[in-house]
Design a protein around this ligand. Sequence first.
Ligand code: FAD
Length: 409
Amino acid sequence: MTTVVVGAGHAGLAASHHLSARSIDHVVLERGQVANSWRTERWDSLRLLTPNWLNRLPDLPYDGPDPDGYLTMGEVVGLVERFAAAAQAPVRTETAVTEVRRTDAGYRVATSAGEIDARTVVVASGAFNTPAVPALSQGVPASVHQVTPFAYRNPLQLPDGGVLVVGASASGVQLAAELARSGRPVTLSVGEHVRMPRTYRGRDVLWWMDTTGVWDERYDQVDDLDRARRLPSPQLVGTAARATLDLNALADLGVELVGRLAMVRDGRALFSGGLRNVFALADLKLERLLDSFDAYAGRSGRDAEVGPAERFPPTRVPGSPRWQLDLAAGEISTIVWATGGRPDYSWLGVPVLDEKGRLRHDGGVVDSPGLYALGLPVLRRRRSTFLHGIDDDARAVVEHLSGHLDGSP
Ligand SMILES: Cc1cc2nc3c(=O)[nH]c(=O)nc-3n(C[C@H](O)[C@H](O)[C@H](O)COP(=O)(O)OP(=O)(O)OC[C@H]3O[C@@H](n4cnc5c(N)ncnc54)[C@H](O)[C@@H]3O)c2cc1C
């Protein structure tokens, strides 16, 4: 076998698409079914935050009736399955990769269904397959139910009572809103976050991100790449009403905002102060982003094509935000850790991880000859982890892989 691709999400399938285009024989190994993460690691009400027209996959642009809509999880699974079929990807489902080791000729890939020797391996096993729950969760009293967005499905699944949602990125704000609407008292712990309106000047805010080229920025041009790769997802939700879901909207729903969860001590959650500063920083960054959109509209002569410039009220700071919560007192029955995810490389027996467990790679070319990666944040561009970011990345990575096979540098 020339190439083994690990994972049949859109990234692994895009690798397959470009490998086939170069007639490189390969197999895509998937521990579950195609689009496994979308089937098994997402909550019921989730919709994409990228509008349909933006979700272009290699040779598969959106051609449905609702370009401005947002796909449900079932629809995303359908999309990724359609892509697998169109790419004629040679996927072996229910085949987990249990180890990858280096050999003289390349790599030995151990799977739940035997071993495969391959000259090259593409790691497309997902950037967020394991919940990243902070260690302080260990101090939470046993009476409090703890769940992550990977296992959460809907409000009915949680015990009665108040919910503390930790993290105010896309997942955290969406779950806080859903739980508040279900009638539960919700407290949201807010750290650094990215505020965005759903629409700006009459267009989806992601139209602006796409059109102005923000997402085109290459990994080798980004000032602080490490930071760019850790940037939280924007506070957005995909709904038919194209509603904005920022902290003001959550406060209107009755969600109580508190600072970043700093510590759990003696059964008490302690929150950082300085909410005012955290909010002001997010507001300032939003202003700068909108300024850049306005500048683009002016520069490119599109002012008349879009609506008038807008500015949004600052994030309201609660009068006296609580700085601690007694988790043992019964007020909080559940904590939702919306603190993000990280990749799982427990099966990767090649020494290519840094001290934080991240793959050492240069634009997807991993620090071991013939080993490649796809689907990681800002892998080659700011849009790398989005569905629409994969085509360019997969093409470039497969081009390098092809050169490696040919023996060219
Ligand atoms: C909550 C959430 C919302 C998102 N919303 C959007 C959005 O609106 N728009 C957008 O463009 N992007 C969105 N994304 C980002 C991105 O599209 C997804 O993270 C996407 O799933 C990444 O695709 P992938 O192919 O890199 O990884 P995955 O889809 O995670 O695919 C990796 C595959 O590898 C398999 N695998 C892992 N380990 C092994 C192993 N050892 N052996 C065999 N198989 C293995 C997994 O089962 C999985 O099928 C969202 C992500 C999350 C988490």
